[in-house]
Design a protein around this ligand. Structure first.
Ligand code: ATP
Ligand code: MG
Length: 643
């Protein structure tokens, strides 16, 4: 949490020091400058090519210079990093103290108090709420004071409710305070979050209090442990002195999407994460002062954390919090929002793009999108057809598409098309180039690094970076085993990738999902990126095959207006895969589905599809992040009809 403590004075000593520039000056102690002379010369450098070069040649000095230049410190760190990937040890800016809310709010209040910090794009179109940096700081202070008065101390974990597996998460985090709303609103539907919280908290004796904010006017039963959040906040002072947090104190823990198994509760810490989120937000999206940044991801997903909240606010941006869905009240919602809020950078997931593509271009053309400068994609590989549509129809062929590869574990974007050159070439459907200070490597099954230019293998990162997760909460051993042990000395991502002659990276899918047909290893993304015009989206998995080892089983969702017979579809798909990869990769079975099972963050859960095809429904595992359980039932029924 961004802990702050009560003070009655309007300009706190901390803010006064900030205003007079003393904090930053003192933070760059002679100590750091003395040991890193190169870093001193790079303070304030913003030329991208120089930064890229510097980050490769002098990694520690680069991060030191960035930390000094971009963050406001309460007291200086004494060691840039203390990491050993072999042992899962990751520490950055050791000994430094800072406060994340000061970095995201106070310092902007001093320079641009009336700039809009957040635009809460409510579910109902046209009902957005704008909150300035001054107002957001005041709200944060009131909440900080309330938490403090209610006994929440520095280091305590507060749970903010977003998902069904709440009780398990609360227990895992040993949280004694929960914050929720009476009801959630999405796509015109009310979701009774408080009821879910009540049921979960009844099984968690550690929870002392539940803060309930009122999102709708529907009253809810308030129990003894419940606190009416807005009412209580109104009684609090609007000033709250920030606590000095250690660089390596926990900032938040967040669970992965659960696409490949039980979600992992990853821990991110203060300084390194904030620096990385701010730097990537600026350079990957080519963000400039005054831009309106629209990341439409759910705030409970890492993308929402890094690119709705921490990155944009650290950079003093105006950031959009999107509460609705891409098709509410109609499939023009995103673009109507872009027009109304004058969004400059739009960042979304391929799943939504594929969905909107099904409804046709007229929903896009209806709205003025001339404010858009950059379009981003995240979460899954973006297939060629979706990429082209996003580029040509949404961006009118003039906005670069940045396909960003990263994970909950990496804290921020690691591979993206244009980190160091805003005019660099972009190849459709490819994440392409590593971010400053990121060293991707490809490794073969034996753990040997593939050194030839063009190669394909397991994607690892060869050296630590400040934004990476520090551990899995309560299970450091699992952290070591998952990320550090598979390829000792490297951070293992779990994804496969290929590299072109030019050194560009393309993600081929998750290694867990790789299909091995007669000795040929094929990434799911390669087969799914087919060119059949009737198909809106597809998912392929490998199933046990007596002769080939594994066969290919494809699930396809057709476009709304698709006019094709089943035999035609089968033939087209087989031809398309044979042509783009090879005959052996073409699907043995094709099941037409209404929809695919997805996580709440919109990722296809191929492990569920595998279980259905292998007829192992007992082993479906953790489904807590599944978006809509009825999709699984439909798939099971469809499977029986297909085989
Ligand atoms: P779990 O780790 O629990 O299985 P998850 O990996 O889906 O869940 P996230 O951290 O939300 O959880 O997602 C990160 C993963 O998403 C990456 O490892 C990668 O497989 C996929 N991904 C993210 N961005 C891209 C992209 N631009 N291209 C291809 N794949 C991507
Ligand atoms: Mg993962």
């Amino acid at each position: 949490m961004w802990l702050r403590c009560t003070s009655r004075r309007l300009l706190t000593p901390f803010n006064r020091a900030l205003k007079h520039g003393r904090l930053n000056a003192s933070s760059w102690s002679g100590k750091v400058a003395a040991v890193m002379p190169e870093a001193a010369g790079f303070q304030g450098v913003t030329d991208r090519a120089t930064l890229q070069e510097f980050s490769h040649a002098h990694s520690d000095s680069f991060w030191a210079a960035m930390a000094n230049h971009r963050l406001t410190w309460t007291s200086a760190y004494d060691t840039v990093q203390d990491c050993d990937l072999r042992r899962g040890k990751v520490k950055w800016f050791v000994g430094g103290k800072l406060n994340v809310s000061v970095n995201c709010l106070d310092r902007h209040v001093l320079t641009c108090p009336d700039r809009v910090a957040l635009i809460w794009e409510r579910d109902e179109p046209g009902a957005e709420v704008k909150v300035t940096y001054r107002e957001l700081l005041e709200m944060t202070c009131r909440l900080g004071n309330l938490l403090r008065r209610r006994g929440v101390k520095k280091g305590d974990c507060v749970t903010i409710y977003i998902s069904d597996a709440l009780a398990e998460r609360i227990r895992d985090a040993n949280s004694s305070t929960v914050i929720t709303v009476n009801q959630g609103v999405r796509g015109g539907k009310m979701i009774d979050l408080k009821k879910t919280v009540d049921a979960a908290v009844d099984t968690c004796p550690n929870v002392r209090q539940v803060f309930v904010a009122m999102r709708t006017e529907t009253p809810v039963v308030m129990k003894d442990r419940d606190v009416a959040m807005e009412e209580e906040m109104a009684h609090e002072e609007a000033v709250c002195e920030p606590a000095a947090m250690d660089s390596e104190d926990v900032l938040f823990m967040l669970y992965t999407s659960g696409s490949t198994g039980k979600p992992k509760g990853l821990v991110h810490t203060q300084a390194g994460y904030l620096l990385y989120a701010s730097l990537t937000h600026k350079y990957v999206f080519d963000y400039h002062d005054g831009d309106v940044f629209g990341c439409v991801a759910d705030i409970g997903w890492i993308t929402g954390h890094s690119y709705c909240v921490y990155g944009p606010l650290a950079n003093g941006a105006t950031t959009v919090l999107f509460e609705s869905t891409p098709i509410y009240p109609d499939p023009g919602r995103y673009w109507e929002t872009v027009q109304r809020l004058q969004i400059n950078q739009f960042y979304g997931a391929p799943t939504a793009i594929r969905l909107l593509l099904k409804y046709g271009d007229q929903w896009v053309h209806k709205y003025d999108r001339s404010s858009l400068k950059t379009l981003g994609s995240v979460g899954e590989p973006i297939n060629t057809e979706a990429w082209e549509w996003y580029h040509k129809v949404v961006g009118d062929g003039r906005c670069p598409i940045v396909d960003t590869w990263w994970q909950t574990e990496t804290g921020g974007i690691c591979i993206a098309p244009r980190p160091s050159d805003p005019d660099a070439e972009i190849v459709p459907g490819m994440a392409m180039r590593p971010f400053f200070g990121i060293k991707p490597v490809l490794v073969d099954n034996e753990g040997e690094e593939l050194t030839s230019k063009s190669a394909s293998g397991a994607l690892c990162i060869a050296q630590p970076w400040p934004g990476m997760a520090r551990t899995i909460h309560n299970n450091h051993q699992r952290f070591i085993e998952t990320y550090c042990q598979p390829f000792p000395g490297y951070f293992f991502t779990g994804d496969g990738a290929s590299r072109t002659e030019e050194g560009y990276y393309q993600i081929t899918g998750r290694l867990d999902d790789v299909i091995n047909v007669s000795g040929h290893r094929i990434g799911t993304a390669e087969i799914e990126d087919n060119h059949c015009s009737a198909v809106a989206e597809s998912a392929v998995i490998g199933y046990t095959h007596d002769i080939k080892g594994q066969g290919v089983y494809a699930f396809v969702v057709l476009k709304k207006e698709a006019d094709i017979t089943e035999p035609e579809l089968r033939q087209q798909l087989k031809d398309s895969v044979s042509k783009s990869i090879a005959k052996y990769a073409s699907p043995d079975y094709i099941q037409i589905a209404q929809r695919l099972p997805k996580t709440r963050s919109g990722k296809i859960m191929r492990r569920v599809l595998r279980n259905v095809v292998e007829r192992d429904l007992e082993g479906l595992g953790d489904l807590s992040t599944l978006d809509d359980p009825t999709a699984v039932q439909e798939i099971i029924q469809g499977h029986q009809a297909t085989t």
